[in-house]
Design a protein. Structure first.
Length: 435
């Protein structure tokens, strides 16, 4: 269907499967002439076959993912150099939805007084990502630590050729091939890289540097899953925890109180190392106020900053396990300009790695053979809570998670394991009574 300045229609979109467990497609199996498709060697060759090109049977196709795409294409300008039409595409779950998006776009352009015009740019994905991250940091939307993380993400993406050519010349296949290569990395890494690319394309589309945003619409590029299994939460067993506690009780260590406070409260190591002995410790009301954490500035220098999330700000009760630790820490504190409870002998802030290295030595000396790090102390606290029957909503508050999904995603498997063990007690009891 065509009309003034635009076209609308439904199209078959095929993207090649890298691997498939399906048997050969029935149409291909019956075909006696493989000369057209060069014996099914490539998508380009297979599309020369009319039977294959028009096939919509996605369930039996072993070569392609098959989707219907409904789109409206609007002519928005002419290329000043070549005179070729420049078009913007709108996709939807139906042709009507695609048209609706197109009409809304035209209306927005008319209201704003802007001419519909494609703004050709030489900016690359790398340029635009840097522009975005610098702006977010200046506006205070991103903290220094998150900025540094995003710079590491950008450094990974910049290693690829497609990130360093003008964004309007980047092809969909280049993005898809990159994300397929990413599958050997962790889901966490893939998520960061995919999110940055998606944000760059949204940004470029909004500024009309590109015609088509590969990350929107019914055929949007989706985030792939890692070939690696997600790492299980690793905590100290109760036996290992006892070994650690016994060792710290019988051997002198300047890091003893820091380690035990993490172990008994679930506080992040950065939160413990940022505690202010005048503002954050309330012995009268037996409360620890968590309002800050150690973080890194843009120069990667350790500084005191706000908690990881708003929910990270929380109060933790000083109980019989932690009261003596807090009192001993205050009695032996080193005076410093920041009034930090735990600092180096020269009054400077600790660095996470210092405590982490010390913790590894202590565990080794205590006879704990598994690979350890200080974040395991937080996981160990959460695991002990679950073993003791603490419900997930309560655990969420204790851990300072922004939402219950984070708690479930992190500790759900452990929680379900112990829930099943408790349920089994009821089953075993009923079996005994029936015997």
């Amino acid at each position: 269907m065509s009309s003034k300045g635009y076209t609308v229609g439904t199209y078959i979109i095929k993207s090649e499967k890298k691997n498939s467990d399906l048997p050969m497609c029935p149409i291909c199996k019956k075909c006696k002439d493989r000369s057209i498709c060069s014996n099914r060697k490539s998508k380009k060759e297979m599309n020369k076959c009319e039977k294959c090109k028009n096939c919509k049977d996605s369930e039996k196709c072993d070569k392609f993912y098959i989707n219907e795409q409904h789109k409206a294409t609007l002519t928005i300008a002419k290329d000043a150099t070549t005179g070729a039409s420049i078009r913007k595409t709108f996709t939807g779950s139906t042709e009507e939805e695609a048209l609706d998006k197109m009409y809304k776009y035209k209306l927005e352009m008319k209201k704003s007084g802007n001419a519909i015009e494609f703004k050709k740019t030489e900016k690359t994905i790398a340029n635009l990502a840097q522009e975005i991250e610098d702006s977010k940091y200046r506006m205070g939307k991103t903290k220094a630590n998150a900025y540094n993380t995003n710079m590491s993400t950008l450094a990974r993406i910049k290693k690829y050729k497609f990130a360093n050519i003008p964004i309007d010349r980047v092809t969909r296949k280049q993005i898809e091939d990159f994300l397929q290569e990413e599958r050997v990395k962790s889901n966490s890494t893939i998520k960061k890289d995919y999110r940055m690319l998606k944000y760059v394309y949204e940004y470029a589309s909004h500024r009309m540097h590109i015609i088509n945003n590969f990350f929107e619409g019914i055929n949007a590029i989706e985030r792939p899953k890692s070939l690696k299994e997600d790492k299980d939460v690793v905590a100290l067993t109760i036996t290992e925890q006892n070994k650690l506690e016994d060792y710290l009780e019988t051997h002198s260590s300047r890091y003893k109180n820091i380690i035990l406070l993490c172990l008994y409260t679930g506080m992040r190591i950065g939160e413990v190392l940022a505690l202010n002995y005048t503002d954050d410790i309330d012995l009268e009301n037996k409360m620890i106020k968590i309002t800050k954490t150690l973080t890194k500035d843009r120069n990667k220098k350790t500084v005191i900053g706000p908690t990881k999330t708003k929910s990270g700000k929380r109060n933790i009760e000083i109980n019989e396990l932690t009261e003596d630790i807090i009192k001993d820490s205050i009695n032996n504190k080193i005076d410093n300009k920041n009034k930090i409870l735990y600092c180096q002998e020269n009054g400077k802030l600790y660095v996470d790695n210092t405590i982490n290295s010390a913790f590894k030595r202590i565990c080794k000396n205590a006879g704990i053979t598994k690979t350890v790090n200080t974040h395991m102390l937080r996981h160990t606290f959460a695991t002990r809570c679950i073993e003791a029957g603490v419900d997930l909503p309560v655990l969420q508050k204790l851990m300072g998670h922004a939402n219950i999904e984070t708690t479930i995603n992190t500790y759900g498997d452990i929680y379900n394991y112990y829930k099943q063990k408790e349920t089994q007690k009821v089953i075993d009891y009923l079996k005994r009574e029936r015997a």
